[in-house]
Design a protein around this ligand. Structure first.
Ligand code: KG4
Length: 360
C-alpha cells in the first residue's frame, strides 16, 4: 500500500476520542469512544475528559488501524484536530499525533474542528465499512459543489459559513452567546433530562405540542444568532408555572400538568429550529446560493432535518444533510479535511500547539 495516500487522523476536541483512516479518498475506518463519565455531572467535566482521552487513545488508534486493514508503515501522514475545543482534551490528541508522526517519520496535518464538520459532506466510506456499519446502510453519499452555504450547529458553535473550497470558508454569522446545542443541553438539564440533552429533547418533542408555551425569539441584526434570551424565557416559563401551581420542583410540576415536559421540549425545539432557519434563509438569499448544507451534532435533530428539507423545497435549494454517524464528533471528518491538505502538501510544524477558541 506504500504508494497510496493513507491518512490516519485523531479527534479529541471534547468528550469523544476518535481515530479514522482514509486511503486515497476512501474512508476505511472510523472508531469513536464516547465518554460516559460525564453523564452523572450533566455536562462535560474538562479534567475528566482529558483523563478519559488518555485512557482511550491507544486502543482507539490501534482499532482504527486494524479495522482499516493497514499497518503503521502504510501511513503517509497524521491528521489531528488542533482546535477549537477543550485545551486539555486537545492536548492529548495533539501530543499523540505528534509522537506518532515523529516515530513514523511522516508529516503532521492540523485540522480546524469546525472545518472538519463541514468536510463530513465529502466523506466516501469504503464498501466494507458501509457493510459493517448498519447506520450507513442505504445512505446516499452526495457531495455539494462549491460554493455552498453550511449551517454549522454543535454543542459549542452555531455559525452560517460560506464554503468556497475546503480551505476557503467565510463565517457569515455566528452566535453572540450560547450555541444551539448548548441551549438544548442546558434546557434539558432544567427539565431533569440526562446529558447530552439534545437527543432527549428531540425524542420527547415528538410527543409534545409546539404551541403550548410561546418562547422568546431574539431580534439580532445580520446573520448572527443569540440563544441566551430563549434559555431565560424557557427558565422563566417554568418558574412562573411552578409559582402558579405552588410546587418547587420541575417533576412536581410535571405531575400536575399532563405532557408538560414533552410540550416544553416541542416548544424549545420548534423555536430553536425556527431561529436557525430564518437566518440561514436570509444568508442563502443574499449570497444567491442554493446549495445548502448542515453540519455538527445538532444536525442530528429530526425537526431541523425535516424543516430544512421543507424550506429547501420551497426555496428550490439543493439540501445536503450528512448521515447521523458523521454529524457528531468523529475523526472521519478530520481525516477528510487532512486528506485534502495532505494532497496540497499543507503540513504543520511539530511545535504547533492546540487552540481553544473558535477560528475558521
Ligand atoms: O458536534 P458535537 O458532537 O460536539 C461539539 O463539537 O459540540 O455536538 C454535540 C451537540 C450537543 O449539544 C448535543 O445535545 C447535540 O449536539 N445533539 C442534538 C441531537 N443530537 C446531538 N441536538 C438536538 N437534537 C439531536 N438529535
Amino acid at each position: 500500500m506504500s504508494e497510496k495516500n493513507v491518512i490516519l487522523s485523531i479527534e479529541s476536541s471534547c468528550d469523544d476520542t476518535s481515530a479514522a483512516v482514509i486511503c486515497d479518498g476512501l474512508l476505511l475506518s472510523n472508531v469513536i469512544a464516547s465518554q460516559k463519565v460525564h453523564e452523572e455531572y450533566g455536562g462535560v467535566v474538562p479534567e475528566l475528559a482529558s483523563r478519559a482521552h488518555q485512557q482511550n487513545i491507544v486502543p482507539v488508534v490501534d482499532t482504527a488501524i486494524r479495522r482499516a486493514g493497514i499497518s503503521k508503515d502504510d501511513i503517509s501522514a497524521i491528521g489531528f484536530t488542533r482546535g477549537p475545543g477543550l485545551l486539555g482534551s486537545l492536548l492529548v490528541g495533539t501530543s499523540f499525533a505528534k509522537g506518532l508522526a515523529v516515530s513514523l517519520g511522516v508529516p503532521l496535518v492540523e485540522v480546524n474542528h469546525l472545518q472538519g464538520h463541514i468536510m463530513a459532506h465529502f466523506l466516501h466510506p469504503y464498501d466494507s465499512l458501509v457493510a459493517a456499519t448498519p447506520s450507513l446502510h442505504g445512505v446516499e453519499f452526495r457531495h455539494p459543489e462549491y460554493p455552498f452555504i453550511c449551517l454549522l450547529v454543535s454543542g459549542g458553535n452555531s455559525q452560517i459559513v460560506r464554503v468556497d473550497s475546503y480551505k476557503d470558508m467565510t463565517i457569515l454569522g455566528q452566535t453572540i452567546d450560547d450555541a444551539a446545542g448548548e441551549a438544548f443541553d442546558k434546557c434539558a438539564k432544567v427539565l431533569g433530562l440526562p446529558y447530552p440533552g439534545g437527543p432527549w429533547i428531540d425524542r420527547l418533542a415528538k410527543l409534545g405540542n409546539s404551541r403550548a408555551y410561546p418562547l422568546a425569539k431574539p431580534n439580532i441584526q445580520g446573520y448572527d444568532y443569540s440563544f441566551s434570551g430563549l434559555k431565560t424565557s424557557f427558565l422563566y416559563t417554568i418558574r412562573d408555572l411552578m409559582k402558579e401551581k405552588g410546587v418547587d420542583t420541575v417533576d412536581a410540576l410535571a405531575g400536575q400538568i399532563p405532557n408538560f415536559k414533552e410540550d416544553m421540549c416541542a416548544c424549545l425545539q420548534t423555536t430553536v429550529v425556527d431561529i436557525l432557519l430564518r437566518k440561514l434563509r436570509k444568508a442563502a438569499k443574499d449570497n444567491g446560493i442554493k446549495r445548502i448544507a448542515v453540519a455538527g451534532g445538532v444536525s442530528a435533530n429530526s425537526h431541523l432535518r425535516e424543516q430544512m428539507l421543507l424550506l429547501g423545497k420551497k426555496e428550490k435549494w439543493d439540501v445536503f444533510i450528512p448521515p447521523f454517524s458523521f454529524t457528531t464528533d468523529n475523526a472521519a471528518m478530520i481525516a477528510q479535511a487532512a486528506y485534502y491538505k495532505y494532497l496540497d502538501r499543507d503540513f504543520c510544524p511539530i511545535d504547533a500547539v492546540p487552540y481553544a477558541k473558535t477560528r475558521i
